[in-house]
Design a protein around this ligand. Structure first.
Ligand SMILES: NC(=O)c1ccc[n+]([C@@H]2O[C@H](COP(=O)([O-])OP(=O)(O)OC[C@H]3O[C@@H](n4cnc5c(N)ncnc54)[C@H](OP(=O)(O)O)[C@@H]3O)[C@@H](O)[C@H]2O)c1
Length: 250
């Protein structure tokens, strides 16, 4: 065996890779040997930091997905793509607090952008490639941010609907659903330690998720070992909210 990573020679596009889970995915795919294109919306300094940290021909591309995905594709440097990870997303707000414009913005970033990223990426992708969409456990757990949850339901549908269409090119389409993970999206975890303990008590493996927990699952789906997995939604939550705390006593 040589010491090359299993993704050596592959190129990965990771959206929302300046922070949180996306950053961990970019780091992990780079550690596996891939060249990684680090997309971000506004945090240029953080995106550059990720690029410098992972090396391997990585570069950063800006695009605010409210405005579509053209800026992202205009920023690519002509390489073929092997792995596309739709990770960027934003929260909505509680019922009664968001306007129709807010609603459209959340759908634009969380649903419209992944759809058009895939459509634009497909002609650039090599056969045998991987599309991985980052959804959320909110598709099975009722939480107050209804619009955000609806966007993730749409993403799950996108995954299984697309898989049979891309099979002839041997491109797999899978979905990864994290549970509560330590990122800026969950800043309440830092401010409210009791919120965290409520989550851990409802998690089979008894802790909050780390970005690397999610990135390792993405790496698995990106690898050749996952060649026969497509149209699948993978729960990567440590067993979050599987039933009542302590189980049901008959
Ligand atoms: N954290 C969790 O507990 C959790 C749980 C389940 C699912 N997820 C999912 O995991 C993924 C990553 O979440 P995260 O917690 O790592 O998020 P995060 O820390 O808030 O990072 C969000 C990323 O998306 C980019 N982004 C923000 N607004 C954007 C826009 N308008 N257009 C394009 N890109 C934009 C950000 O770029 P800038 O840095 O430039 O702003 C950043 O790279 C999301 O799909 C999320 O729904 C997260």
């Amino acid at each position: 065996m040589d010491d090359m990573g299993n993704l050596t020679g592959k190129t990965a596009l990771v959206t929302g890779a300046s922070r949180g889970i996306g950053r961990a995915i970019a780091e992990r795919l780079a550690a596996d040997g891939a060249q990684v294109i680090v997309h971000y919306a506004s945090n240029e300094a953080l995106a550059k930091e990720v690029v410098d940290a992972i090396g391997g021909g990585a570069y950063a591309v800006r695009a605010a997905f409210e405005d579509g995905v053209d800026e992202l594709f205009d920023g690519l440097r002509g390489e073929r793509l092997d792995i596309v990870v739709n990770n960027a997303a934003i929260l909505g707000g509680r019922l009664g607090t968001i306007t129709p414009a807010d609603f459209d913005r959340v759908f634009a970033v969380n649903v419209r952008a992944p759809y058009f990223v895939i459509e634009r990426a497909l002609p650039l992708m090599n056969d045998g490639g991987r599309i991985i969409n980052i959804s959320s456990a909110v598709v099975r757990i009722a939480l107050p941010d209804v619009v955000y949850s609806m966007t993730k339901g749409a993403l799950d549908t996108l995954g299984f609907t697309l898989a049979p269409l891309l099979g002839e090119r041997n491109i797999t389409v899978n979905t990864v659903s994290p549970g509560v993970t330590e990122t800026d999206m969950n800043s309440w975890l830092r401010d409210d330690p009791t919120g965290g303990s409520q989550v851990t008590s409802l998690t089979a493996l008894g802790r909050i998720g780390r970005p690397s927990d999610i990135a390792d699952a993405v790496s698995l789906l990106a690898s050749d070992d996952a060649r026969w997995i497509t149209g699948h939604v993978l729960d990567v939550t440590g067993g979050y909210f599987l039933g009542p705390e302590g189980g049901v006593v008959p």
